[in-house]
Design a protein around this ligand. Sequence first.
Ligand code: MRU
Length: 373
Amino acid sequence: MALDSVSTDNNSLQSICYRRGSLQLLDQRKLPLETIYLEIRDSADGWSAIREMVVRGAPAIAMAAALSLAVEVFNLNAFSGTAADAASFLGNKLEYLVSSRPTAVNLSDAAAKLKEIISKAAATASEANSVFQAYIEAAEIMLKDDVATNKAIGSYGASFLQNQLKNSKFSVLTHCNTGSLATAGYGTALGVIRALHSEGVLERAYCSETRPFNQGSRLTAFELVHDRIPATLIADSAAAALMKDGRVSAVIVGADRVAANGDTANKIGTYSLALCAKFHNILFYVAAPLTSIDLTLSSGQEIVIEERSAKELLCSRGGLGEQVAASGISVWNPAFDVTPANLITGIITEKGVVTKAGADDAFDIKDFIQKTA
Ligand code: MRU
């Protein structure tokens, strides 16, 4: 990966800076103390930036991958193949990018959609350049659409919660980072919190640290402070006490992959929060774009959970700092867990909120998608 830091701004929430031919990613490993953008020149840079957590969050990694390849093909000096060769060049690079992180479906969903566009372009194009051009335009549209999607999630979620809770003001808990930094802007679960705040009904947002990588304390806290939203950071282990004390009326989290029945893979610790919420009769919502839904999986049992390096637990700052754990201890470090649908009250999407019929344990997301298409 190219390590040149290309711009600094002490307060940036923009994780992806793209203009045709150039891509810079905010190095989220350095937040909140330093604001450094890394120049991404090609798909190899994109792959490493995703794998090494320069950029993270399901929608953001899909866009970073797609745009890293857009930059690579825009800057190609020469390509001496046919339109079909260009399509297979792009297809192979997309496969490679998908291998960077396995759990978030947004990445493979984006790759599949882009491949479809490429093969349609290759079927009619007379030269490779037209295929590259079609690819670049499609990747750029994905970036543009994401903010509108998130704003719709925020608006549906905020109205739905106000209807459910009826109180004039209420507090919510969120986990991991699902904000501007995890998307092209605004965010999913954090987008709902932003909308609640702007509608004047948010008493307070609580964010959990989200060990071991601390996306909550480093990134969500950074975004909440940036937006002057009343907010409090808690240790992950304080969530049950927070709920028992009646300090929150709802939990809102994001998603990396939602199966057809609503089982949801999200940052490790989400499942514990859902169990606590159920015990304390607290609403538990997943906020996610339709690109996070994987209708090919009937349940969450089939979701592949990424396991990350032991170093994230053995050393401080999610593996970036000094050793804190005893040498010789073995480590299990799953990056995500699966919350079963029966613990989830509703799934907030850009098309509305998916709810369960009566006492059902599962959601019928396919039906929701068909009805809202
Ligand atoms: O490992 P990360 O930081 O990529 O995990 C991110 C999450 O689990 C988010 O909650 C999820 O991707 C939704 S982001 C809008």
